[in-house]
Design a protein around this ligand. Structure first.
Ligand SMILES: [Zn+2]
Ligand SMILES: [Zn+2]
Length: 418
């Protein structure tokens, strides 16, 4: 008996309708905003994430699935969705096409984390990337896509926004932050002591109680923004107001990845009383250049599909199930089975979901099965029916029956739009 690897999960046939619904809603919303889907490989050269995500982040330091392939290359299973899309954007010269370049993706992402409730080593993300729009209307648009998606799935969410500024204001802020944190170095966790030297901003992200107490009173980056960045942040607020979207400015949102500039945002769910981030994203104007492309700005987000589906279910979101079998054709005897096989094939080729007995069961057992799969109609064919070319069609929801010619069954289901 071989078990599923720790931290991974099957999506079973009985549950997959939820994923289909998620993907359908996400694609429709993305399409309305004029985004197109992109699909990039599950693994990339490790270097892409070292350069793109940043080598002081937890994701890159501790959580990547990195291995050497048989050609001696260092390969990493993607720990997030943005870097691969950025690599593809550059490699395929998409900046020569119509800009802005607006894309979305569904992708598995891999992080070697200690498995715990709701944290998987492989999970799936719906993400959005827009390249080329430098002003805050693009940021607002990305935020709106996430909002539309989350609310479509029945979640109540609260939008938190912040600005990380540009290189210049980040440097100013880093100085102020370091000065403040320097006075509390002894009270911080070991990881944060390292972060203090390498990237003090990360300390604002720390989940340790002691560190959180210290960062509660830390200076806020929004007080250190340069004129351009402040203008950009004010524009963002204006566009959100125009769209009628409430927000809260939260200077502690810095996101876990190094590439963000200016806008960062998180949606916190207020459903179920439990607070938690369900989607995060922001602007990363330096990323494309860092990865060797022409300077091109970008904004995007990622949301974990598993987590959102769990929440959607918990709040009782109305997720439509897959359509049941339209017609189950039960049969008695070989000649009748051949006829059932022929009819089912004809129906299927016209797009009508039809099923027959593949297990050679008794009629009683076939009815039981039809019940189990919730078939809408059942017809039983035996020698009598073959001789008379007549069959009783039973509507399972109310038990009513009607007589119908066997050679008119296909027409009945196609033209009747049943
Ligand atoms: Zn700035
Ligand atoms: Zn810490």
């Amino acid at each position: 008996m071989i078990n599923i690897p720790k931290g991974t999960k099957d999506v079973l046939p009985s549950d997959v309708y939820k994923w289909h619904y998620f993907e359908k809603c996400a694609s429709e919303i993305a399409d309305a905003y004029n985004l197109r889907e992109i699909r990039t490989p599950v693994f990339e050269h490790t270097e892409l994430f070292l350069r793109g995500v940043g080598d002081t982040t937890d994701v890159v330091n501790k959580e990547m699935y990195t291995f050497e392939d048989k050609g001696g290359r260092s390969i990493t299973l993607k720990p997030e969705g943005t870097a691969g899309v950025a690599r593809s954007f550059i490699e395929n010269g998409m900046y020569n096409e119509a800009m802005p370049c607006k894309m979305y993706y569904f992708s598995p992402v891999f992080r070697y984390e200690r498995p715990q409730a709701g944290r998987l080593r492989e999970h799936h993300q719906f993400g959005v990337e827009i390249y080329g729009g430098k002003d805050a209307d693009t940021d607002a648009e990305v935020i709106l896509i996430a909002y539309d998606m989350l609310t479509k799935l029945g979640l109540s969410v609260e939008l938190n926004i912040n600005s990380m500024g540009c290189k210049n204001c980040k440097a100013e802020y880093n100085k102020a932050l370091k000065q403040y944190l320097g006075g509390h170095l002894n009270e911080m966790c070991d990881t944060c002591k390292v972060r203090f030297e390498k990237n003090p901003l990360r300390i604002l992200d720390c989940k340790e109680e002691g560190c959180r107490k210290i960062t509660a009173d830390a200076p806020a980056i929004t007080d250190y923004l340069c004129d351009d960045c402040r203008g950009h942040f004010n524009d963002l607020k204006r566009y959100l107001n125009v769209a009628g979207l409430d927000y809260k400015v939260n200077p502690h949102i810095v996101r876990g990845l190094d590439y963000y500039t200016r806008t960062v945002f998180e949606f916190i769910t207020t459903s179920l009383g439990a607070q938690g981030t369900v989607c995060g994203g922001g602007r990363y104007d330096g990323l494309i250049e860092t990865l060797g492309g022409n300077p091109t700005c970008g904004v995007g987000f990622g949301m974990g599909i598993e987590r959102i589906l769990l929440l959607a279910e918990a709040v009782g979101a109305d997720i439509p199930k897959a359509k049941p079998v339209k017609l189950y054709i039960a049969s008695m005897g070989d000649a009748a089975f051949d006829k059932a096989f022929e009819l089912a094939t004809a129906l299927r080729r016209k797009g009508v979901k039809a099923e027959i007995d593949h297990m050679r069961r008794s009629v009683k057992a076939q009815f039981k099965y039809a019940d189990k799969i919730q078939a809408e109609y059942v017809a039983v064919i035996g020698d009598d029916e073959l001789n008379s070319n007549e069959v009783q069609l039973k509507k399972m929801s109310d038990g009513s029956t009607e007589s119908i010619k066997i050679d008119e069954i296909v027409k009945y289901f196609i033209e009747g739009e049943r």
